[in-house]
Write a protein that binds this ligand. Sequence first.
Ligand code: ATP
Ligand code: MG
Length: 209
Amino acid sequence: ATDRGCVHDRPRVGIMGGTFDPIHNGHLVAASEVAWVYDLDEVIFVPTGRPVFKQNKAVTNPEDRYLMTVIATASNPRFSVSRVDIDRPGITYTIDTLRDIHALRPDAELFFITGADALAEIMKWKDANEMWDLAHFVGVTRPGYSTNLKKLDVPQDAVDVIEIPALAISSTDIRRRSHDGEPVWYLVPDGVVQYISKHGLYASEMQNS
Ligand code: ATP
Ligand code: MG
């Protein structure tokens, strides 16, 4: 079903959306695994503008999250970062991300990558039923969350789930660790450790939850 090793007539482009506050190795492994399994030519990381499900929380400013995402992905020739969500005013909805990337890459077959926790909410996303025409959805396993597709009311064939190496890493925990002075080495790329410390991100109390 994943078509590995087949010749594809259209370029295959993954989209890895996230708040990336900060980006961590769980995000990078998810993107790398899906790229491998689905034979993707590239993966575009898309930091959110204002995340719809985090409106009651403080989120680090978009330029810092964007730059950390660039730093984390710079060494991989197949990874890039898009500003479509941070440059679009207002709350970020995935349907808009998909429309924007589709407009930029009309030739491409799109694969939207999402972790098990986000997948569980997918039918609550704006215009969910219009998303399936724009992209395949690939859910990835995440420690602590179930990937039972039967419980979700998604159309058959719209979403696949694949098992990836388990990394029990979350941005929430990275922020807490940074705030408490605990190490974040090897949970995020080295350049991101240094960016957090250089800019004093997560030092204040309110960014911590
Ligand atoms: P936060 O704790 O702030 O919510 P997060 O670690 O969940 O941060 P997000 O930016 O919210 O990171 O997640 C972006 C996407 O990456 C989501 O689809 C999420 O499910 C997925 N994801 C995040 N961490 C992992 C992980 N360790 N393994 C698999 N998928 C992950
Ligand atoms: Mg999250």
